[in-house]
Design a protein around this ligand. Structure first.
Ligand SMILES: Nc1ncnc2c1ncn2[C@@H]1O[C@H](COP(=O)(O)OP(=O)(O)O)[C@@H](O)[C@H]1O
Ligand SMILES: [Mg+2]
Length: 617
């Protein structure tokens, strides 16, 4: 995906002040920040004093040719190193800790926000892209908070301290060095920038390689079924080669950078030693001073390099923060109104749709539902029929308030659903979706999805009603031989499904989805082509279950099979978003041509399958 397609700009902002909102996430960790800061100042000071230690070792120990003094000064030096080591440990641990903690909190905050956002949001913002924001952008912040900031602070301290000590050590040399600094630092910064820009675009091309592989592998049967492998390989090669040629440019720049750095740094050292060495020979400087000077020169140069390096990180993190905050503050279009009320329990299940009109935001001119009005009595079963694309599933979405109608209103038990709390509304409704989507958790947890506290006995009952108990039991028996039926069922419930419920047939998934809905004992049950993938026998069993719910709860069932439809008290015929007719089977046969045609096709299909069955038996 290119950034143009998704509107996703990797460098949304280079303005480091955009990092500010991320600072709010640091607030709870004041104690850790104080510890890290103390350790930071401490280690910077200790590092700087190493130069003085070196000077002592050389001038006192080596030049005076005194073994005793050498030992003493080395002890001091060793002490310094020990302190530095301990301080570095504390600094590194706490700074990294803060980085990890803050990025974990950010991830959680973003997820907590997203999971409650209106579903329409995810149509304009691709879930895969959001997923990458949650992982890569927070990781970027983690690096920045957990290292770059500390590197910047430490090096700023070292820069100032090193500079002061340079002047103290040798003013003349310092002036010479400072004059040379731009000669060394400018080329390094310029090449460094180029390398970084390339490594970013290298990441982008690599992400494309990954997503291409991911999509093809997920749909492996489609790929192989259409013998598309060779073309896939070719398309993949184009992406891999693109990634390689970016990488090639990057490593070239990187090699140049390394060589240039080498040349400049060694040249600078040679110059320093040459100038400083003259002074040592003339006795104007001690050898220890020269060594200390070179040490400080390294520190100052190193800190400039390090700061310029992390500056780019900070800028990138500013972009990441901006994008994360955008996610975190994207408003939900569907949320509880401030004076939201709860549904009065027990739900009676009277439903009304008045002039409901809806168009998806991506196609605002196409009315998917056009002035739809109908009412359903408590305990009534209403079937909804109509060609695919008529708007049936969308109607269910509106009933659950995943979207609000453009015009019109929906009410339950006389209350506009926009006035109800979402939890109360959705808690009363159970949906069996068109694509029986399950989760990659155990069958038990899938079944308890809507009611965590349901007991195994309740699950078993729901499985039976959904005629799914038999296959779950069979799964249990297959896991371990010699179990009683009850044990086998429990064992079957333990089985963990693959992602999206893979590892089961479409019909098995559908039956589990039905059981999952029944477990919640809903006041309003919505079945969206819930038996489309089932064999005739399971379908008949579920038809009986659903019929038995008449009078217990209100049932809306989207169906294509006449056998299911005729069970309903009334039938609504939807075509191209308009409610064509509503009434009983007999009424509609007379009044709705569309329905009569639907019934005719269904009947001939049914008699054909009857003939087929007679022929084979
Ligand atoms: N997320 C969406 N964005 C834009 N259009 C959609 C979306 N979902 C469905 N549609 C369109 O709305 C119409 C009704 O879809 P749907 O309610 O799923 O029909 P049905 O369930 O009756 O087959 C179709 O024309 C479909 O293309
Ligand atoms: Mg549908």
């Amino acid at each position: 995906m290119s950034s143009e397609e998704t509107g996703y700009d990797r460098d949304a902002s280079r303005d480091v002040t955009k990092l500010k909102p991320a600072l709010a996430f640091l607030k709870p960790y004041g104690r850790q920040i104080v510890i890290a800061t103390i350790a930071l100042i401490f280690t910077a000071t200790a590092t700087l004093s190493i130069g003085q230690g070196m000077r002592l070792v050389i001038d006192q120990g080596l030049s005076q040719q005194s073994s005793e003094i050498l030992t003493q000064t080395l002890m001091v030096f060793a002490g310094l190193v020990l302190i530095l080591t301990a301080g570095t440990f504390v600094r590194f641990y706490y700074v990294s800790w803060i980085g990890e903690r803050v990025s974990a909190d950010l991830r959680q905050a973003v997820f907590d926000h997203l999971i409650r956002l209106h579903p329409g949001f995810f149509e304009t913002n691709q879930p895969t892209e959001i997923q990458s924001r949650i992982t890569t952008d927070t990781t970027l912040l983690q690096t920045v908070i957990g290292s770059s900031v500390s590197i910047a602070l430490r090096n700023a301290l070292m820069f100032v301290g090193g500079l002061v000590l340079l002047f103290i050590t040798n003013v003349k040399l310092t002036v010479v060095v400072l004059a040379c600094v731009p000669l060394v630092v400018v080329p390094i910064i310029v090449f460094g920038r180029r390398v970084r820009a390339l490594s970013r675009s290298s990441q982008d091309t690599l992400a494309e390689v990954g997503s291409y592989a991911g999509e093809s592998l997920r749909q492996i049967k489609v790929v192989q079924g259409f013998t598309h492998e060779a073309r896939d390989s070719e398309a993949f090669r184009v992406r891999v080669d693109a990634a390689f040629s970016v990488a090639k440019k990057r490593i070239f720049q990187r090699s140049v950078l390394t060589a240039v750095v080498m040349l400049l740094v060694l040249g600078a050292i040679a110059t320093m030693i040459w100038i400083g060495g003259q002074d040592v020979l003339l006795g104007r400087t001690s050898p220890g001073e020269l060594a200390a000077f070179i040490f400080y020169a390294f520190i100052v140069a190193g800190s400039v390099g390090a700061i310029s390096e992390v500056w780019a990180d900070l800028q990138r993190a500013a972009g990441a923060t901006e994008r994360l905050m955008e996610l975190l503050h994207s408003p939900s279009e569907i949320s509880d109104s401030p004076d939201a009320i709860e549904l009065a329990a027990p739900l009676r299940g009277r439903l009304r749709a008045d002039n409901v009109t809806y168009a998806y935001p991506s196609r605002p001119d196409t009315l998917v539902l056009d002035d739809v009005s109908f009412g359903v009595e408590p305990g009534e079963m209403l079937a909804i029929v109509g060609p695919s694309g008529a708007g049936k599933s969308t109607l269910f979405d509106l009933l659950q308030r995943f979207y609000d109608p453009r015009i019109g209103a929906i009410s339950i038990d006389g209350v506009d659903i926009r006035q109800l709390s979402l939890e109360s509304l959705r808690g009363a409704i159970a949906l069996v979706p068109q694509d029986a989507s399950l989760f990659g958790i155990s069958i038990r947890d899938n079944l308890r999805y809507g009611r965590t506290e349901a007991s195994d006995e309740e699950l078993a009952e729901a499985l039976k009603s959904a005629s799914a108990d038999e296959f779950v039991r069979a799964l249990g028996h297959a896991e371990k031989a010699g179990l009683s039926d009850a044990e086998a069922l429990k064992r079957g419930l333990d089985i963990k499904l693959g992602e999206g419920g893979s590892g089961l047939s479409g019909g098995q998934r559908q039956r589990l989805a039905i059981a999952r809905a029944l477990v919640t004992k809903p006041g309003l049950l919505l079945l969206d082509e819930a038996t489309s993938a089932l064999d005739a026998e399971s379908e008949a069993a579920i038809r009986d279950t659903v019929s038995a719910l008449k009078g217990v709860c209100t049932v809306l069932v989207i169906a294509h099979r006449l056998s299911t439809v005729v069970e309903a008290d009334r039938i609504a015929v939807l075509e191209a978003g308009r409610l064509q007719a509503i009434g009983s089977h007999e009424e509609l046969l007379g009044s709705s041509e569309l329905y009569a045609r639907f019934a005719r096709i269904q009947l001939s299909a049914a008699s054909e399958s009857e003939q087929w069955r007679n022929a084979v038996s």
